[in-house]
Write a protein that binds this ligand. Structure first.
Ligand code: AMP
Ligand code: AMP
Length: 337
């Protein structure tokens, strides 16, 4: 039972600073669970009331009881599945912001694809039979952290050569969509049934985003292959005539989640990872069903959040606001799992 003053807790990585700053601004107590070596780093930030250290992220379960006694609500982010794994996330007994049923849909590429298709969102073609591939393609291993281990192939020969060195057992061969990448940060409130776009980013991926700095003639003869490891994020504002489709896609994702996953569907922050083609068509590469790290650009809010709020509103703060309103209205069970 959650009584009295609530504490917002998260893991020390990814978007923890944003989440805890937002929680403090909304009047919560804040706690970060981090590895021993990173505790010193988190001490720098005055909005963090308490720091608990564990030897490894995977030891998280060993302190769950302690956290329950502290009236904690856990706000998950990208490091939870990446460092603790799907199973630990599912069996966590702490009050958890978001619907855990979506975790399976997020983790399984085929289920995720079905969800996007049900929402009438374009997805890149996928090829089962290597004889029938239309090039170029990107080959993506399952469970890759941040695009690590992906490869690009422009032709059948190129594909065969690279496949020879590819270690992954489970992977997909996907049409490489040429266009501008855009990551759209949504928030859906189960209390008001309203969808917001809080911000957008582009990932900066090494080395694919930096190849253009070397002219083609400087690349010829060198063995440079594009890779997709994220190192940071930069902002991008969307042409206004495309903005309505960004909202509509989000609405369709929510509707489809209520039909496909369970009645409650997806709520809280989520992100559609898209590529926009020369015909102004969005293709979704992936959906993340939690706060994404690209929102860290907007701790003070973004041009989009400013259209709705006359105060700085990050995704982290928006989560805390939702919890605060739910508590006030005695509806915490609607936002927690
Ligand atoms: P980390 O705790 O930094 O290892 O990140 C956990 C997961 O979040 C990994 O899958 C990362 O690829 C992803 N991630 C971390 N930082 C970012 C970022 N700035 N943009 C996009 N993804 C990120
Ligand atoms: P993901 O793991 O799906 O987030 O992909 C990591 C990165 O690989 C993306 O940010 C894109 O730069 C690139 N990527 C993934 N899928 C595609 C695709 N189908 N077409 C073009 N680029 C892609």
């Amino acid at each position: 039972m959650l009584n009295g003053k609530l504490t917002i807790v998260t893991l020390g990585s990814h978007s923890a600073l944003q989440i805890l700053k937002g929680a403090k601004d909304e009047g919560f107590k804040t706690l970060v669970v981090t590895t021993t070596e990173k505790a010193h780093f988190y001490k720098r930030f005055k909005f963090i009331d308490e720091i608990l250290s564990i030897p490894e992220y995977s030891d998280f379960e060993s302190i769950e009881k302690k956290l329950r006694n502290k009236n904690c609500i856990l706000v998950p982010h990208g490091s939870f599945v990446a460092h603790l794994g799907l199973e630990i996330n599912k069996r966590m007994s702490l009050p958890y912001f978001g619907n855990k049923s979506v975790l399976d849909f997020e983790a399984h590429r085929e289920k995720q694809r079905q969800w996007l298709k049900n929402a009438d969102i374009n997805v890149p073609a996928q090829f089962e039979d290597v004889e029938n591939i239309s090039y170029p393609v990107i080959v993506k291993s399952y469970g890759a952290a941040g695009g690590k281990g992906y490869f690009y192939a422009k032709s059948k020969n190129d594909f065969k050569k690279k496949m020879g060195n590819f270690k992954a057992k489970h992977y997909v061969i996907q049409e490489y969509v040429i266009g501008v990448t855009l990551y759209i940060h949504y928030f859906y409130s189960p209390l008001t049934s309203e969808l917001e776009i809080l911000s957008m980013d582009r990932r900066y991926e090494t080395n694919v985003d930096s190849l253009g700095r070397i002219p083609l003639r400087g690349q010829v003869g060198l063995k440079i292959e594009p890779s997709y490891v994220v190192v940071g994020n930069s902002p991008l504002i969307l042409r206004e005539s495309l903005l309505h489709e960004a909202y509509d896609m989000g609405e369709r994702i929510i509707k489809a989640s209520k039909e496909l996953i369970d009645k409650r569907g997806l709520w809280g922050p989520f992100c559609l990872e898209t590529v926009i083609t020369e015909d102004s068509e969005f293709f979704a590469m992936e959906i993340s069903c939690r706060i994404v790290a690209g929102t860290n650009l907007f701790i003070e809010g973004s041009p989009y959040s400013w259209l709705t709020y006359d105060e700085p509103m990050s995704t982290g703060r928006r989560i805390a606001r939702e919890i605060k309103i739910a508590k006030k209205k005695n509806k915490l069970s609607q936002v927690l799992n």
